[in-house]
Design a protein around this ligand. Structure first.
Ligand code: DGL
Length: 263
């Protein structure tokens, strides 16, 4: 049976893979992390679209049956173009997170933290307003969180200082729900929780993305029937750093890791 193809600009999409492995333990997964070209979050729309198209073409060569765009920046900027270009089912991470947040909010005040490109695309705000125009959305680009997560700085004082700075306007706006709109941010969940307090609901779309993937596979009769799974990981740059970080993101060692030179 064919695999689930997942791509991200780097290592962050492994937070989604972790959830897929938990929920769909008999599905093969091929992951591509574009580590040579990360970060996408500070790049222009045409560049992000070009990289995303190339990543899908690479995954299609690996014989996948569905594509999960496990990158908020690609999903928010490129998803409509990707869906127009390919026949294969493509799942993004924005609408699952939006649905969950709209469902979770009690006071109708949702904060969105994400990369600059995601915030500038206004994809989250647009989709939230489509579901409920009365909800107030407060956006905050947090470009420093990606390098902090990549460095494994999850408890350092500097991380708390930066997070306090980014989250202050959202705290002042009295948000009741926070969308962690970037694959890397769930690693900093504890930091957000401490700063915002227990009354703010934190939304990590990985679970919802997985359920949507499962639903599409079930509808199309594409769920795996065998009782084992293979995982293959590809990156476009050196392996060592990815392998090290992968442990934090995936919660386990990765074994089948390969480098590709041309996607
Ligand atoms: N994967 C990106 C995202 O979820 C974060 C890293 C980047 O900027 O490429 O938005």
């Amino acid at each position: 049976m064919k695999a689930i193809g997942v791509f991200d600009s780097g290592v962050g999409g492994l937070t989604v893979v972790k959830e897929i492995i938990k929920t769909l333990p008999y599905e093969d997964i091929v992951y591509f992390g574009d580590t040579a070209r990360v970060p996408y979050g500070i790049k222009s729309k045409p560049t992000i679209i070009k990289f995303s198209l190339e990543n899908i073409l690479f995954l299609l060569k690996q014989d996948v049956k569905i594509i999960v765009v496990a990158c908020n920046t690609s999903s928010s900027v490129a998803l409509p173009v990707l869906k127009r270009h390919f026949k294969i089912p493509i799942i993004g991470v924005i609408s699952p997170g939006v649905k969950e947040a709209v469902y979770a909010t009690r006071g109708g005040r949702i904060g969105v933290i994400a990369t600059k490109a995601t915030i500038n695309s206004a994809a989250y705000e647009r989709q939230i307003k489509q579901l409920n125009p009365k909800i107030k959305v407060f956006n905050q680009a947090c470009p420093l969180f990606v390098p902090l997560a990549e460095e494994g700085w999850l408890k350092e004082k500097a991380t708390y200082d930066i997070a306090r700075h980014y989250l202050k306007p959202l705290k002042d706006a009295r948000i009741d729900t926070l969308i962690m709109g970037c694959t890397h941010y769930p690693l900093l969940k504890k930091v957000f929780r401490e700063i915002l307090g227990g009354s703010v609901t934190l939304i990590d779309s990985a679970m919802q993305v997985t359920l949507e993937t499962k639903q599409v596979l079930a509808n199309e009769g594409l769920l795996n029937k065998k009782r084992s799974a293979k995982y293959l990981f590809y990156v476009s740059d050196e392996l060592q750093q990815f392998r090290k970080l992968a442990k934090n993101f995936l919660g386990r060692e990765i074994t089948n890791l390969r480098r590709v030179n041309n996607v």
